[in-house]
Write a protein that binds this ligand. Structure first.
Ligand code: COA
Length: 333
């Protein structure tokens, strides 16, 4: 997609994140399925992940993250105009999880809806929010990535259950004042010929929820891991290069790359291909695993709060997910 001219510059004014208390370690998983801490760490880099309580829904995690992001941005919920939640694990098929968040935080003036773009959802939402603010339609927005992947994980499948976790992250976007940062360039892409390599086959109209379908694990994530790996590296590298160039930057200008937190080997391969030193690549997947749409949002918040970049620095976020979908954003902080 090409970038249309921005009317108003748009900045990221604040971030927030939340992960559930319960830690599920590799050792605990090894007691359930035929795997080992050594296999998981070597193949993925993941050491533990967070699992939401049974009565803790996606909207609850999204709400915690949203409150923190609003506080960081110094924006009151009453003044919030737009809420977009990116999720593949909504509280309910309808209404949207964003509507529950609106109620929870008291943002009665805000328009609220969800988008479904799997792990790419947060950056898809960010691009939409950016354009809506840049066009003058809204003054501000919160974009939230929130997932309860434990709900759609097949806990008997060692090839997938070691990868995923739960959590939420959020970012407040608003019209930027002179001298403030800006979302400089964004890129999104989709390849619908690859729907089969990563999906949840059941639970929709194609394969409704029945007892038999649930017993056959059709309501949980299935994946052709090697295929996903290959496409992830290619697409993320291309998307990152596009936004770096579109922003008028070079790889050496990037203070921090925040990639989708799916697999350390994928991240290393992208850092290599982009020629960005490893110490400029932010990673927290050892603590949380892959939390889909939440992953990049949580990583952005942690990178921001731990000082991985400072005001005026250029950062690049880049993601991929089921669909296949991918997206990237270059931001001056
Ligand atoms: N523990 C131990 N062994 C496991 C295992 C586990 N958790 N999961 C798979 N294996 C086994 C396989 O059964 C296979 O055994 P075999 O050789 O006897 O058949 C062997 O390990 C190798 O499996 P393979 O799938 O080839 O491993 P891999 O090196 O491709 O790594 C992934 C598997 C899933 C870690 C890797 O493909 C990957 O990360 N893909 C991308 C996944 C992703 O990012 N998904 C989210 C997208 S948003």
């Amino acid at each position: 997609m090409t970038e249309s001219p921005t009317v108003f510059p748009v900045c990221i004014a604040g971030t927030g994140s939340y992960v559930p208390e319960r830690i599920l370690t590799n050792a605990e998983l090894a007691a359930r399925v035929d795997t080992s801490d050594e296999w998981i760490v070597t193949r993925t880099g993941i050491r533990e992940r967070r699992i939401a309580a049974e009565n803790e829904f996606t909207s609850h995690m999204a709400t915690h993250a949203a409150r923190k992001a609003l506080e960081d941005a110094g924006l009151s919920a009453a003044d919030l105009e737009l809420i977009i939640v990116a999720t593949i694990t909504p509280d309910t098929p309808t209404p949207a999880t964003a509507c529950y968040v609106q109620q929870n935080i008291g943002a009665s003036k805000a328009v609220a809806f969800d988008i479904s773009a799997a792990c790419s959802g947060f950056l898809y939402a960010m691009k939409m929010a950016k354009r809506l603010i840049a066009s003058g339609a809204f003054n501000n927005a919160i974009v939230i990535g929130a997932e309860k992947l434990s709900h759609i994980t097949n806990w008997e499948d060692r090839a997938t259950c070691v990868l995923f976790g739960d959590g939420a992250g959020a970012a407040v976007l608003r019209r930027a004042q002179p001298g403030e940062g800006a979302v400089l360039a964004t890129e999104m892409g989709t390849d619908g010929s690859l729907t089969h390599i990563l999906n949840v086959p059941g639970g929709g109209t194609a394969c409704p929820i029945t007892a038999a379908n649930v017993n056959n694990h059709l309501a949980t994530l299935t994946m052709l891991g090697k295929e996903v790996f290959k496409h992830a590296v290619t697409r993320m590298k291309e998307a990152a290069e596009i936004v770096i160039e579109r922003a008028g930057l070079k790889p050496e200008d990037i203070a921090c790359v925040i990639p989708h937190q799916a697999n350390q080997r994928i991240i290393d391969a992208i850092a290599d291909r982009l020629a960005v030193p490893n110490d400029r690549v932010f990673m927290n997947l050892h603590k949380y695993g892959n939390t889909s749409a939440a992953a990049i949002a949580i990583a952005l918040d942690e990178a921001h709060r731990t000082g991985a970049f400072k005001r005026g620095d250029h950062i690049v976020m880049v993601v991929f997910g089921a669909g296949l979908t991918w997206a990237a954003a270059a931001v001056r902080w």
